[in-house]
Design a binder for this molecule. Structure first.
Ligand code: SF4
Ligand code: ZN
Ligand code: ZN
Length: 308
């Protein structure tokens, strides 16, 4: 197959046709920077915190956003949360440490163990022993999002950049429609969240229109050292189920994921308007973090586990 743009040997078949290595890299990077410009994800004055796991999406985001931040002379640091998942997170964090060293990026690592007194592995055992109704990924997500927001603020950032890609977003949209509640979907989009509050740091997603397949290829072509193995807890998650379903759709009906995203973006402004939460937001009576209830989700779960 030949590249539709330059006639060299093609390596990937995208919706618009086959592309060679050079044209693919150019197309991918232009798409990321176009997303940043179109949705005004990054302002020159922003102090950026790139939330990183050390996986392919976060390293790609870190690489491209750091390039932009260097050109624009703006401050940036990488933030990693070590949940404490034995045999997994230590490996991805090693890739991240190496990457940050090579690219001279300031890296801050915060752990569940230091902040909550327990690793995720230990918390899962506690959840089981107390028969608490929460999945591993929900627990991990609630605690990780808290630490990212809190630490980004503590280290002086006014914006968190995340590596969520098109596949992640399409999954989350469906998960919210299927189960989580449409109100949660209002928090999605290239800029996440519906809160405007000094304690809430806005989150942005430059890989919003980049698929899993494209990001995987980008990382391979750029020769980033990445562990492609997923988290051991992922396979039993609701997300993995939805992911499989979407992949089946995509292989039979090409463009399904993009179509979900494009149509979702049309209704997103209406959802944001309907579910604006600013007026209902409070500060948690235990930790002072933002919450819709008197006690935030983190304090609730820690209370149930009796570890606060
Ligand atoms: Fe956490 Fe689940 Fe993601 Fe693993 S797959 S890092 S447990 S949210
Ligand atoms: Zn080409
Ligand atoms: Zn709280």
């Amino acid at each position: 197959m030949k590249c539709i743009l330059c006639s060299k040997k093609a390596i990937i078949n995208l919706q618009q046709g086959w592309l060679c290595k050079t044209c693919f890299l150019d197309y991918f990077e232009k798409k990321v920077y176009r997303t940043i410009r179109k949705f005004k994800l990054i302002d020159k004055k922003d102090k950026l915190c790139v939330a990183c796991s050390g996986g392919k999406d976060s390293l790609t985001t870190l690489y491209l956003v750091n390039k932009l931040a260097t050109q624009q002379k703006q401050s940036l640091f990488a933030l990693a949360i070590n949940e404490g998942i034995k045999g997994y997170r230590d490996i991805t964090l090693n890739s991240l440490k190496l990457f940050c060293k090579q690219h001279k990026i300031d890296l801050k690592i915060v752990s569940f163990k230091s902040e909550f007194g327990h690793t995720l592995d230990e918390l899962i055992k506690l959840v089981k022993s107390k028969d608490i109704d929460i999945t591993t990924c929900s627990l991990c997500g609630i605690l990780r999002r808290r630490l990212i927001n809190q630490c980004a603020r503590k280290f002086g950032a006014n914006k968190v950049v995340t590596g969520h890609n098109l596949d992640d977003e399409a999954q989350t949209i469906l998960m919210n429609f299927f189960k989580g509640g449409v109100e949660l979907a209002a928090r999605l989009g290239p800029t996440s969240g519906i809160l405007k509050h000094a304690k809430f740091i806005a989150r942005v997603k430059p890989l919003y229109f980049c698929s899993e397949k494209e990001t995987k290829l980008y990382v391979k072509l750029k020769k980033f050292k990445v562990n492609f193995r997923p988290c051991p807890h992922r396979k039993i998650s609701y997300r993995a189920f939805v992911d499989n379903l979407l992949n089946k759709f995509e292989s039979k009906y090409k463009g399904t994921k993009t179509s979900i995203i494009k149509n979702f973006l049309i209704i997103l402004p209406l959802l944001k308007e309907k579910f604006a939460v600013n007026k209902n937001i409070k500060e948690c009576k235990y930790c002072g973090e933002l919450s819709k209830q008197e006690i935030c989700a983190v304090c609730k779960i820690l209370e149930q586990l009796r570890i606060n």
